[in-house]
Design a protein around this ligand. Structure first.
Ligand SMILES: Cc1cc2nc3c(=O)[nH]c(=O)nc-3n(C[C@H](O)[C@H](O)[C@H](O)COP(=O)(O)OP(=O)(O)OC[C@H]3O[C@@H](n4cnc5c(N)ncnc54)[C@H](O)[C@@H]3O)c2cc1C
Length: 687
């Protein structure tokens, strides 16, 4: 662990790798480097919160040449693991983080130890069912160049910290809007006395988590459902338990139901015996303080079914499940921007929290890169909200749906959590208040233990007609994929921006097709590749044909991870080459980094390929690639479901910004000007 200097010392690490080729022009709105904040240093960007989202933002902004500072209220990073499932899209983003995805793949436990969810009466008792969540396509990398991962959040944070500059032990406690930005007050402990440091910044990025202070100070409220469930999270180690589960019944999540205890065990790392146990609790009859180390150890033994001698409880924390999205993502005259849990908080079912946050950061970073370098107009910030808020709303709904799917299993076994909630509500209502306070706890626990008797061996067995019926129902829920799932490719890779930094396709037929596609994606749960505007660029393997060949790569690698660059994918057709030349010319005028990719069909001969040079001259920022379709697969254009006379403009975040039939364009220059003007939110004078 790097050392942390008390009283808010700076931790400096190599953060200046991969500066962009963008010209360092400051946009007028954010150009001021002094004033307004008295003696406070003026920084272009301050990020509040060094969780995964703040760290990803800082990493990307630094790569894009934007100076930013991260402040973190804690003096050291928590080891209490929360997120552990990294979805496909986030892993695609991490592939471009200087080898981070590769490090995660190497450091995570072997996939056979986490591919299943197990439902059982105890970790050594009957297995009621299990579901394997990995398919052969995941290993064959059909829809993505990388697969999902299982890696604890604290380990990810540790890896990201090495790339960032962080002011530790500084808590943002006040913000004030000035003429040039935000004056923020950060309190810190200076040798036992609390002091305040003032920082002045052009933009304040709130990555300070679900209870975001910045969001509150900016007066932004949350919309949705609160307090869905209260839980205690117990972080513990037991190598004995890890060894036992690795050999007997490996899995990522264990849903355990028995008459003595109920809980969900998350196996963060079976090889090292690292676990987190989630236990629901019902205040005020059950309080967090009731969960002492001793009580937690007893619950662990009840759930394991034997007593592992080496259980070491490291930490116990309460947390509350919400399903909420911020009413707006920006505040204080667009000087404050919410990202990650500060903007949305979901039930963890399906693992969307951190993943959505990392993808928020990925969406925002390139826009800030262009804005702060004077290439894009200020209203590009609005496109962050118009693109990301609908994704958060959709992921909130999906997480709630997943939470209900997870609850369908205990309900089938006769342990309906809604009944537990109703019992709890009745006890807390005026009806229940006639029961003396000290008896309420006994009544609640008595009722819960009657409920838990439903999962006793006496009831839950094949010989008991009720038990047998419940077990049959459970099997069909698991077999039909109606229990909690791990992967959501239709949403994870198939989400699409409809409004934002893009040029929406204007014909009604296309909009209808898009709607149909969305519907097919949702109902099948599958990801269907598409080149619709706003979609993530489909993945296909291609081979570079230039002499400086990088060999075989994914289409997603055509987009640089080190700079803010647009890519136009074209087929080798006269009209498409013309549009490509226009794009390179206008991009240069706008000081925008851009590249052309000429997509050749498999088996194209060398002489033909060399034609790109004369068609695109004098431009050299292009690459010729050859498709490598999978055995039974379609060509690139068929995969994208478009004809090959289309050109596809891809944004720096690998989402499609514009698609056009090249032979429908009369004046290539003015068409490209119009397109960039819309994407970069420029007014006419600037184009
Ligand atoms: C049990 C559980 C399991 C989960 N599993 C998954 C999963 O598998 N996959 C997934 O994607 N998500 C999962 N999540 C959600 C995930 O943990 C969060 O979405 C993620 O931590 C959000 O990251 P963040 O950086 O936005 O916020 P945080 O991780 O909360 O980081 C915020 C940081 O800001 C700091 N801070 C707060 N206030 C201030 C202030 N005023 N000044 C300075 N610093 C401040 C905090 O100390 C903290 O370091 C899970 C959550 C839980 C509870």
């Amino acid at each position: 662990m790097p050392s942390i200097v008390g009283g808010g010392g700076w931790r400096l690490f190599s953060a200046d790798r991969g500066m962009t080729s963008l010209r360092r022009r400051q946009s007028p709105l954010f150009s001021s480097l002094a004033g307004g904040g008295g003696d406070a240093p003026h920084l272009p960007v301050v990020i509040v919160g060094a969780g995964p989202v703040g760290l990803v933002l800082s990493f990307l902004l630094t790569k894009f040449g934007i100076k930013c500072t991260v402040i973190e209220k804690s003096m050291e990073f928590t080891r209490h693991p929360r997120a552990h499932f990294i979805n496909n899209r986030t892993m695609e983003i991490f592939r471009k983080f200087d080898g981070l995805a590769g490090d995660i793949e190497k450091a995570q436990p072997p996939v056979d130890l986490w591919r299943k969810f197990v439902y059982c009466t105890s970790l050594s008792g009957s297995v009621l069912g299990s579901v394997d969540h990995m398919k052969q396509e995941d290993f064959d990398k059909v829809i993505s160049p990388i697969s999902v991962a299982h890696f604890s959040q604290y380990k990810l944070t540790r890896d990201l910290v090495l790339e960032n500059k962080i002011l530790m032990g500084h808590e943002c406690s006040s913000i004030q809007l000035t003429d040039e930005g935000i004056l923020l007050g950060a309190s810190f402990n200076n040798g036992g006395t609390m002091q305040e440091r003032k920082l002045h910044c052009g933009l304040l990025l709130a990555a300070d988590g679900a209870k975001s202070t910045v969001r509150e100070l900016a007066g932004i409220s949350m919309e949705g459902a609160r307090d869905l469930q209260k839980l205690v999270s117990v972080h513990f180690l037991s190598r004995n338990l890890g060894k036992y589960l690795s050999s007997e019944r490996p899995g990522m999540l264990f849903f355990i139901f028995n008459p003595d205890a109920i809980g969900v065990l998350v196996a963060h790392d079976l090889e090292h015996g690292e676990f987190v146990l989630q236990i629901p609790f019902y205040p005020p009859q059950q309080m967090f303080d009731d969960f002492s180390i001793k009580v937690c150890e007893q619950i662990i033994v009840k759930l394991v079914g034997w007593e592992p001698a080496d259980v070491q409880v490291l930490d116990i924390k309460p947390w509350v499940m919400h399903a909420e999205v911020a009413e707006k993502y920006t505040g204080c005259n667009n000087r404050v921007i919410l990202v990650g849990d500060a903007a949305h908080r979901f039930p963890p079912a399906g693992g969307f929290g951190m993943n959505t946050g990392v993808q928020d950061a990925h969406n925002l970073a390139w826009k800030l890169g262009l804005l702060l370098n004077g290439v894009a107009g200020p209203s590009i910030l609005q496109t962050y909200e118009s693109e990301r808020k609908p994704v958060a709303i959709s992921n909130t709904k999906l997480s709630v749906q997943n939470f209900k799917a997870a609850m369908s299993v205990p309900a089938t076994l006769g342990l309906d959590p809604t009944v537990a909630n109703s019992v709890h509500q009745v006890i807390n209502s005026s009806l229940g208040s006639v029961i003396p306070r000290n008896l309420q706890k006994t009544v609640l626990e008595g009722l819960f233990s009657i409920g838990r008797a439903q999962v006793s061996d006496y009831i839950l067995n094949e010989k008991n007609p009720i038990g047998s019926l419940r077990l049959a129902r459970l099997r069909s829920i698991l077999d039909e994929g109606k229990s909690l799932q791990l992967q959501f490719p239709a949403e994870d890779l198939g989400f699409r921006y409809e409004k934002g930094a893009l040029v929406a396709e204007d014909c009604a037929e296309t909009a209808q097709q898009a709607e149909k596609l969305k519907h097919i994606n949702r109902s099948s749960g599958e990801y269907i590749p598409s080149a619709k505007v706003g979609s993530r660029l489909p993945h296909m393997l291609v081979k570079t044909l230039s002499s400086s060949s990088e060999g075989v790569l994914s289409t997603m690698d055509l987009v640089s991870g080190d700079k803010v660059q647009f890519v136009l994918i074209v087929a080798p057709l006269k009209k498409s080459y013309e549009l490509a030349c226009a794009m390179l010319k206008i991009a240069e005028e706008l000081t925008l980094s851009a590249k052309v990719c000429v997509m050749w069909p498999q088996g194209s001969v060398d002489a033909k390929v060399r034609g790109s040079r004369s068609e695109l001259a004098p431009w050299t920022n292009y690459v010729d690639v050859e498709e490598i379709p999978r055995a039974s697969d379609n060509s690139w254009w068929e995969t994208c479901q478009v004809s090959k006379n289309k050109v596809i403009l891809v944004r720096p975040d690998e989402h499609i910004a514009w698609i056009k039939e090249s032979d429908m364009v009369r004046d290539a220059d003015s068409e490209v000007r119009r397109v960039f003007s819309q994407i970069l939110c420029l007014n006419r004078q600037q184009v």
